[in-house]
Ligand binder design. Structure first.
Ligand SMILES: [Zn+2]
Length: 247
């Protein structure tokens, strides 16, 4: 485990802890957000999605999830034991962007093949997790942005953990661009079979730094451990491990 360091919050003077790799830190005493390297105030909109579940309600939600669907062992809810329920506010960059990909390619589904050109043009609130660690299903996460409020440290539960950003705005834009380009290259396969050229341009309209509540649940079933990740704002299961079983 990396050793935490700290700076003084330039707003209230309290110590603000951060770990190596973190570059934007939020004070847990006053909610002020600072760029660690310069000690200066963070100047982008900082938003928060509220968590709607108590630990008990989250346990009930998980048990309901275990009882539903065909693909799960019938005794899953009865025989499993929830061993961990951690609420974590994860940092995201939400990139509001207009993206357009112009392409040229070959349509081979008819004979003789023909050359086709086209454009994919879309607007997104593209979500980039502001942490280097992988493993979080951001593409499965349809962030309920309508519920966001200005960041308010008083709404963060005492038992919850708040993670800082390990990523600057420019890096988040770069990642969003790459992912949107890859997504559009996937979409254009509906129209052409072989890409000759494809160019994606993006127009960034707005960037929001957002903390969103995510529950990391662990449960045991027949001696093995499994994980479930649940969005804490609307209760959507983003990822859930299901034990293998035979009918
Ligand atoms: Zn402070």
């Amino acid at each position: 485990m990396a050793v935490a360091q700290s700076i003084r919050c330039s707003h209230c003077g309290a110590p603000v802890e951060f770990k190596p790799g973190e570059i934007i830190a939020t004070c847990k005493y006053c909610g002020f957000t600072t760029v660690i390297q310069t000690g200066e105030a963070f100047t982008f909109e900082h938003s928060l999605l509220l968590n709607s579940y108590s630990p008990e309600q989250m346990e009930n939600l998980v048990k309901d999830w275990m009882r539903s669907g065909f693909m799960k062992p019938p005794d899953l809810a009865k025989k499993s034991k929830i061993t961990e329920k951690n609420l974590v506010y994860l940092p995201f960059w939400v990139v509001n962007v207009e993206a357009s990909t112009t392409y040229k390619g070959i349509f081979e589904r008819i004979a003789p093949p023909i050359v086709k050109e086209g454009e994919i043009k879309k607007e997104y609130n593209w979500l980039v997790l502001a942490r280097q660690a992988a493993g979080f299903p951001t593409r499965a996460y349809d962030v309920p942005l309508a519920g966001k409020i200005p960041y308010d440290f008083r709404r963060i539960e005492g038992f919850a953990k708040l993670l800082n950003s390990e990523m600057e705005r420019t890096q988040a834009i770069e990642i969003a661009k790459q992912q949107i380009d890859a997504h559009h290259r996937f979409l254009l396969q509906q129209d052409i079979d072989k890409v000759v050229e494809a160019t994606t341009t993006v127009n960034i309209k707005q960037m929001v730094y957002l903390h969103a509540p995510v529950w990391f649940i662990k449960y045991e079933y027949k001696g093995n451990s499994y994980q479930i990740i649940v969005d804490g704002a609307v209760g959507m299961v983003l990822k859930g491990d299901i034990p293998a079983f035979k009918f």
